[in-house]
Design a protein around this ligand. Structure first.
Ligand code: B12
Length: 443
């Protein structure tokens, strides 16, 4: 059986940062190991994505096409959607290869399975969540599949979805087979984000009110054996010359010691690699910050999200303002860049919390002023995603209607603080410009 995987459009235009699609490369590799003939097309890498789909279909002639939908929209306060290009891709596949089965998967599909089955009638099946075990079972029973973890099948006008898998043992992790999609094609195309992702674990035990990571990977932390992680990085470096990596974990420095052990192994093998990933502030101290830096960390990415204690509490971050300031003080003393992500106009925002937020941002800039090692500050309104506490808060509080369709970009940004983001952005830009231009104190 011939199986073609397509990474559908993940970004709005060719100028955006691209990421190597490890999800479909893992799936294709494990199918190949089982005797399937596989191929991969990433629509994000060329200049004529739909033309590339048509020619790949005609040359490869797949029996099954797996469509991966990673992002439902570009986030970042934008109002465009990635559903239309996904729909058109499925339509194009059905038109060119009417006999092929079309199966969808990926993070964004997993957040909206039923909605997307309705929106895209060309899809025969979907798989919600991780698919290493489920996809081979589905391919072996396409005409009449039994109950399979995460399987999404049509059921009248709607869809029936079996409980997803969130339990893959990371000791059995099958590394992405890079022969199926050359990682060097992704070298040098991004200005900021390392395009090659490495998983060190799956799962997230936290309860942040807006976040879907536990929906996608479950709450149980499943760590990969550290040598397997470093072997993967080392072989990518030796075989493909890859030097920069992004650890894709929800939180890279949790649980304690896993990342530390990976770093110790990188240092022991004398690998000259650069990497980054999202870290929690309450597990960040002088000792591990120094170790991370020595092992090649090129950016501490923090997502404290709340700009004051009230915001941290309403977002259920289980962090204190002091944790964030202490982490930023430590980070500011290193030679590593730090990036902070904050959410703006969160539930319960008042004049007082806005003022506190502005002062908090000032303090972070003050800490980094000396070494000028503040990469950037990302300020976003919250994209309301299904199944999160934010959805309940937004619907319950009348911020969105009971029937608002979350499939398309919907942000939590009620009046009267709907323009607060711009005040924060003005402060952020001003501090940034004045830090670099050295023309005295910013206002
Ligand atoms: C790491 C990460 C990043 C890194 C990527 C760096 C890199 N080099 O890889 C960075 C920080 C750069 C990033 C950026 C963005 N990201 Co991001 N990212 C993630 C994260 C945490 C992990 C992704 C990952 O690699 N997972 C590991 C792989 C193995 O899993 P997977 O791809 O999901 O594949 C599995 C299954 O989905 C399934 N599957 C996948 N494809 C298919 C296909 C078929 C046919 C089948 C059956 C199954 C299947 O099987 C796979 C194996 O089990 C996810 C959250 C999450 N936990 O999923 C968010 C996530 C995917 N990102 C998201 C978004 C929106 C973005 C951005 C648009 C944000 C922005 N404005 O910058 C950009 C887009 C970048 C791009 N070009 O696509 C959203 C997408 C959903 C949504 N809300 O739209 C997520 C879910 C987070 C969120 N906030 O909700 N991201």
């Amino acid at each position: 059986m011939r199986v073609l995987f397509i990474q559908t459009l993940s970004v709005e235009g060719a100028s955006q940062e691209r990421v190597y699609p490890i999800g479909i490369v893992i799936l294709a590799g494990s199918l190949q190991d089982r005797g399937y003939t596989v191929d991969i097309l990433d629509m994000n890498t060329g200049t004529d994505p739909f033309g590339a789909v048509k020619s790949k279909l005609l040359s490869f002639k797949p029996d099954v096409v797996g469509l991966s939908l990673r992002n439902i929209d570009p986030l970042g306060n934008k109002t465009s959607s990635l559903v239309p290009p996904f729909l058109v891709t499925a339509r194009l596949v059905a038109a060119v290869m009417p006999e092929s089965w079309i199966i969808a998967g990926g993070a964004a599909f997993s957040l909206f399975p039923e909605r997307l089955m309705r929106e895209v009638p060309e899809l025969h099946y979907g798989i919600v969540g991780e698919a290493e075990d489920s996809l081979p079972l589905l391919l072996a029973s396409l005409e009449n599949p039994p109950s399979i973890r995460g399987l999404c099948r049509r059921n009248g006008a709607g869809a029936k979805i079996d409980a997803p898998s969130q339990g893959l043992d990371m000791g059995d992790y099958v590394r992405p087979n890079r022969n199926l999609l050359d990682p060097s094609l992704y070298s040098g195309i991004n200005a900021y984000v390392p395009a090659i992702g490495i998983e060190t674990k799956r799962g997230c035990p936290f309860h942040c009110a807006y976040c879907v990571y536990p929906v996608l990977q479950g709450r149980r932390l499943r760590c990969r054996p550290l040598r397997d992680v470093v072997d993967e990085m080392e072989s990518l470096n030796k075989e493909y010359g890859i030097e920069r990596f992004h650890f894709t974990d929800p939180i890279i420095n949790y649980p304690a010691n896993h990342l530390e052990e990976i770093c110790a192994e990188i240092i022991r093998r004398k690998l000259k690699l650069k990497w980054d990933g999202f870290m929690r502030e309450d597990n960040f101290d002088e000792k591990n910050a120094a170790l991370f830096e020595k092992a090649g960390c090129e950016c501490f990415s923090f997502s404290p999200d709340g700009l004051c204690q009230e915001a941290l509490d309403v977002l259920d971050k289980r962090l204190a303002e002091g944790d964030i300031l202490r982490a930023s003080e430590i980070a500011a003393k290193t030679d590593v860049l730090t990036v902070y992500h904050f959410m703006v106009n969160v539930p319960g925002e008042t004049e007082k919390t806005c003022d506190k937020g502005l002062r908090f941002l000032e303090r972070i800039y003050d800490q980094h002023g000396n070494k000028k090692n503040l990469g950037t500050v990302v300020l976003n309104n919250i994209r309301i995603l299904p199944g999160t506490r934010m959805e309940a808060l937004a619907r319950g509080g009348g911020v969105i209607r009971p029937d608002t369709d979350l499939l398309y970009p919907t942000y939590y940004n009620p009046q009267p603080f709907d323009a607060f983001r711009y005040r924060l952005e003005a402060l952020h830009l001003s501090r940034n410009v004045f830090m670099w231009q050295e023309v005295g104190a910013a206002v």
